[in-house]
Ligand binder design. Sequence first.
Ligand SMILES: Nc1ncnc2c1ncn2[C@@H]1O[C@H](COP(=O)(O)OP(=O)(O)OP(=O)(O)O)[C@@H](O)[C@H]1O
Length: 603
Amino acid sequence: MSQKLFNSAGLVFPALATLIALAVSGLLNPYLAFVATSWIIAGLLGLSLDVVWGRGGFLGLAQTAFYGLGGYFGSVIAINLAPSLGNTLILALPAGALFGAVVAALLGYIIFYARMGALQSTILSYTFTLLLWSVTQTYRLVVGDAVIGGDNGLSNIPGIVIGFGSEASKLKPNAAFVVVVIVAAALYFLTRFLMKSTFGRIVDCVRIDPEKTELLGYDVRKIQVLNFSYAGAIAGVAGALFALWANYLNPSIFSVQEALLIPIYVLVGGLGTLAGPFLGALLIGSLSFWLGSGSAGGQTTLILGAVLILLVLYLHNGILGALGDLWKRFLPDPNDAARHAGAVQIDEAVLGQILEDAAIEAGPAKDLQTRDAFKRFGGVIPVNNVTRTFTPGRPYSLIGPNGAGKSSYLKTCVGLYQPEGGTVSIGGQNVTRAPIFERVRNGMGVKNQKPQVFGDLSVRDNLWVAAYARTKTPQKAVDVSDKILRMLGMEEQAEVQAGALSHGQQQWLDIGMVLCLAPRVVLLDEPAAGMTTQETRELSALVRILARHTTVVVVEHDMEFVRTLQGHVTVLHQGEVFAEGDIETLRADDRVLDIYLGRRAHV
Ligand SMILES: Nc1ncnc2c1ncn2[C@@H]1O[C@H](COP(=O)(O)OP(=O)(O)OP(=O)(O)O)[C@@H](O)[C@H]1O
């Protein structure tokens, strides 16, 4: 019961809060209703940032820009059309949403496709807000009866008007409060629904590990722009509501102070909780209202600042995050099963079936080919004109001393590194300049050196997200991920958070995720690292079976593991192919021993 309530807390408690707000709306004195309306609008703006930051993982400081633009655009429409139509809500809110979404999509396109670092992206978003501040102060634009820009601001904005024509009437503060509560609640529940949907799950993956998400075949940048644009729409609605509520807008809406208040609402309420920003805005709004009008009047900023610092210092996950953590202590630990997990044992029959199904759905195995692949990092050349073709049948192992360029070669094939020269092709198709997700959609399945799993997601969800990337059908993804779960013998750990698994188990989960993609070429970078001897044996069997159905290339240090693969071995040294053959011959080759031992002649 309490587990169920915990899972639906984001639905039950906000619904209760909405009902309470609606029930007390008639009892509030009009001034308090008027002020409280602004706190809810601020919470809505905080929600938009939580979508971008708490869920998407990007601390954007442009939410007030979309808010202000939504406010201005919504007001221009309301000012010009309200005299004939009456109702301002159905004009201003969609206009604000649309404008916020479009501008956010354009800014998001620049931020995410330019592949800037996190800090640069935050600064760019902030610069955009400041630019609007400066532009709206400097220039004036007249659109019909609306005058935008200049310090005097836009002052003839009609209030919240409902009804049409002669029936139209401007709402009094208490009724306006009700309307704003309803709009905010509707957007909150819509956002919660979206974040619980497949789109939201993928947004979570992008936040946790964007590289891994792309390695599953998702177009990460597109998802980021869509999420950013959705958040821009919410900010635009909040801005339009604000303009109607205040009947006035001026450039200070784009100010530094406004932009920095929003992350504070989110942090105080609880990052990523969606409901937290409302709580944060309500708390900060009511505290400053009370301090401002009470005996502590002159010290408001100081006291508010101290309270905020204490809250952020002692409640790392904000109020709702802390309450959630506290509640979890009284619930059964879902990660308990991770501690009882034995060594993974592959079910070869299920594996065979999975690989046959994969061939039916994704087609025959593909060759991987590089021609004169060349990659340089300053004076280091980890991939030096490597020409190789890998085909299905037997596994290929890449070995060599530390720094030989094995991982760099794999990363060049995957697209994690862009080569300065040469080509990479999959199944005869040149993918040298293709983004990673396109190579994956072309049949490439990759496991990097460190296991990459989505730690906050359950084992089952990790596999589902991988399977969904290929199948694009939720139920099919369930079928595929269930089979992989069975093949790995990890059914009992299905609900465990992937981050709670041991290193070796995470390796298996990562390999399972690769298999969910039905890859036609598989690249595995040190898959046996962190595995027990028994697990390494299991892995060897898996790789051999896999190589019968697809092309498999494995980078590995563990020579015993390489020997058991019974495959073709390539020795890399200083970025070049140094020797090739079977492992027994290479182990007996003095030249190979020399480079491993660092003996003079070949180093
Ligand atoms: N992103 C990078 N930036 C700069 N240098 C890099 C980068 N990636 C690899 N290198 C350099 O390229 C060389 C080859 O590294 P790489 O990791 O490919 O070797 P490796 O054979 O996989 O080694 P190991 O077995 O230790 O993992 C090293 O000198 C490394 O420092």
